[in-house]
Write a protein that binds this ligand. Structure first.
Ligand code: NI
Length: 254
């Protein structure tokens, strides 16, 4: 059994964990999961992430506003984030970024709230957690205009983009997608990313790895993701676990 796993991206405040959240989180250690970063996507989930991180000493969290809430965010939202970021369990600003997959969310508004949070992260000297879907070139252009470090999570870009991000000092996270049959692009990206920049994550309750694809995901499924990544990098799953946990601690200053 793998031990010392660090899930760098989870959403345990999600309603899909309402039935068994505490039971599940209390079982993490015996399933080899030592630490978890819980990620905010709006003001409410950021507050909930802080509550979880305060309740469980092995959990840390991020606060931030996801592009999908761009339409209904109050003008002064950065003040809320700045206030929440004072909590010692808050280790990053995120998840923030761009998502052009659905047309309901104005690209312009998304870019505006993304930039505001990058500036805030810079000011607070905190790493960022980037969400990017179908918005590769705008994401890269905006990141290049800010002096920030962090993680691009659930990476969906090309190997070329991965190389560029590594050059810019970024870490890159992979979810259960890496275990899917059609994951050729993600496999190519893992191939070119140096070991000291790779993170493992569930993005639970989403993105359950094979053989659990489609089910509710949780951090105990990380060994499937780690084993697949270890295979691509030609190292042991134990080494992959250790290196990815070290990388996560390093980027989030834990
Ligand atoms: Ni997420």
């Amino acid at each position: 059994m793998l031990t010392g796993i660090f899930d760098s991206h989870a959403h345990y405040d999600d309603a899909r964990f309402n039935e068994d959240r505490d039971e599940l989180l209390l079982s993490m250690k015996k399933n080899g999961v030592d630490n978890i970063m819980n990620i905010g996507v709006d003001i409410q989930t950021s507050e909930n992430s802080i509550k979880l991180a305060e309740q469980y000493d092995f959990m840390y969290c991020s606060v931030g506003v996801h592009p999908w809430v761009a339409n209904d965010i109050p003008d002064n939202f950065t003040e809320n984030i700045r206030e929440m970021a004072k909590n010692k369990k808050v280790k990053a600003i995120g998840e923030i970024g761009l998502d052009y997959h659905y047309e309901d969310y104005s690209a312009e508004k998304q870019q505006e709230i993304f930039r505001k949070q990058l500036i805030l992260a810079q000011e607070l000297n905190l790493p960022v957690i980037i969400h990017n879907r179908d918005a590769h070139s705008d994401t890269m252009n905006i990141l290049k205009q800010h002096n920030v470090k962090g993680v691009v999570h659930c990476f969906s870009g090309s190997a070329e983009m991965a190389k560029e991000l590594v050059k810019m000092g970024f870490y890159i996270g992979f979810t259960g997608v890496i275990t899917f049959k059609n994951a050729r692009r993600a496999v190519e990206a893992v191939n070119v990313i140096p070991l000291d920049r790779l993170l493992v994550e569930t993005d639970c309750p989403y993105m359950a790895p094979e053989p659990n694809r489609g089910k509710r995901c949780d951090s105990t499924m990380l060994p499937y993701i780690i084993t697949k990544m270890a295979e691509i990098k030609n190292i042991s799953p134990e080494e992959m676990t250790k290196i990815s946990a070290e990388n996560t601690r390093k980027i989030f200053n834990i």
